[in-house]
Design a protein around this ligand. Structure first.
Ligand SMILES: C[S@@+](CC[C@H](N)C(=O)[O-])C[C@H]1O[C@@H](n2cnc3c(N)ncnc32)[C@H](O)[C@@H]1O
Length: 274
């Protein structure tokens, strides 16, 4: 897919997904977000860049950690995701968060600005993830750290049939490189190529709990990456893909719900001090 088209699919797809996102994914993504924040070890007063901040699930927690003397600049490609994030953070009295709509591959910041750069579950959607990592490296101060969380290997993500089910009904794949960075040593190598050192990569096995078909379908189709394509399907196609997706996660059925396996990869990397 043309990078420009992929960005448009992402931007407007996440606009559609925004109002379903937290109900669909908040609980499921928490283990990866917890690990990212633990590894980032944000300190009072630090200046943090967040790329692909989404609805602000990590942003708010990061802002509390750096507190009033610090700052989180939270960026995302989707205006509607940022709108949701603004709602979430309205109660953040310290107002040390600044939101900006921005492509993670083209950061509108000077070099050497941030103590830490974080990206939670965003890299899979960028046409050129390596470029986004180079941008994180560029804007970090010497000695600053990047922490990135992504989905892991396709074979370890029980929900992965979602993409081929949708892709065979649209002109071009929705997320062509989704599992690329999470496979083998790819993320480590990308971080190294971006100029980082002291890289540590951790894989985490998780279970996505869906109490029933309805919640599993909402997470897959309304609240995530395929939302734009999905909204354009007619009712018959929607019914077909619902069934195909439920068939694909049937091996993970427990009672009336599902316990779908998933894998996250969380990586720490440091920009050399000089
Ligand atoms: C799965 S959500 C993750 C949101 C949030 N970081 C979290 O952990 O809940 C993926 C986010 O990546 C954003 N995104 C996709 N492509 C992007 C790009 N090229 N630049 C910046 N953000 C992008 C989407 O708009 C969406 O908000």
């Amino acid at each position: 897919m043309e990078p420009q088209l992929q960005r448009r699919v992402q931007r407007y797809g996440w606009d559609k997904a925004a109002k379903f996102y937290d109900d669909s994914w908040k609980a499921q993504l928490k283990p990866a977000q917890d690990k990212l924040l633990e590894i980032a070890d944000l300190q009072l007063g630090e200046k943090v860049l967040e790329t692909s901040c989404g609805t602000g699930l990590v942003t708010l927690r990061a802002a509390r950690q750096v507190a009033n003397g610090g700052k989180v600049i939270a960026t995302d490609l989707s205006e509607k995701m940022i709108d949701e994030a603004r709602k979430l953070t309205n109660g953040n009295s310290s107002s040390n968060i600044q939101f900006q709509r921005m492509d993670a591959e083209q950061l509108d910041f000077e070099d050497n600005q941030f103590d830490a750069a974080i990206c939670s579950l965003g890299l899979m959607y960028f046409p050129f993830p390596a470029k986004a990592l180079k941008e994180m490296h560029r804007v970090l101060k010497p000695g600053g750290r990047a922490v990135v969380a992504i989905w892991g290997e396709r074979k370890n993500c029980g929900w992965a049939e979602l993409f081929p089910i949708v892709d065979k009904r649209v002109a071009s794949d929705v997320c062509p490189m989704f599992f690329q960075q999470g496979t083998g040593d790819t993320l480590r190598n990308s971080l190294q190529s971006a100029g980082f050192e002291k890289i540590e990569v951790e894989r985490m096995s998780v279970t996505l709990d869906y109490p029933n078909d309805k919640v599993a379908l909402m997470a897959a189709f309304d609240g995530g990456a395929v939302a734009l394509a999905y909204q354009k399907f007619d009712d018959q196609i929607k019914a077909e893909i619902h069934q195909e997706y439920l068939d694909s996660i049937e091996p993970f059925r427990v009672g009336s719900g599902y316990e779908v396996p998933g894998e996250f990869v969380v990586a720490y990397a440091k920009k050399p001090a000089s």
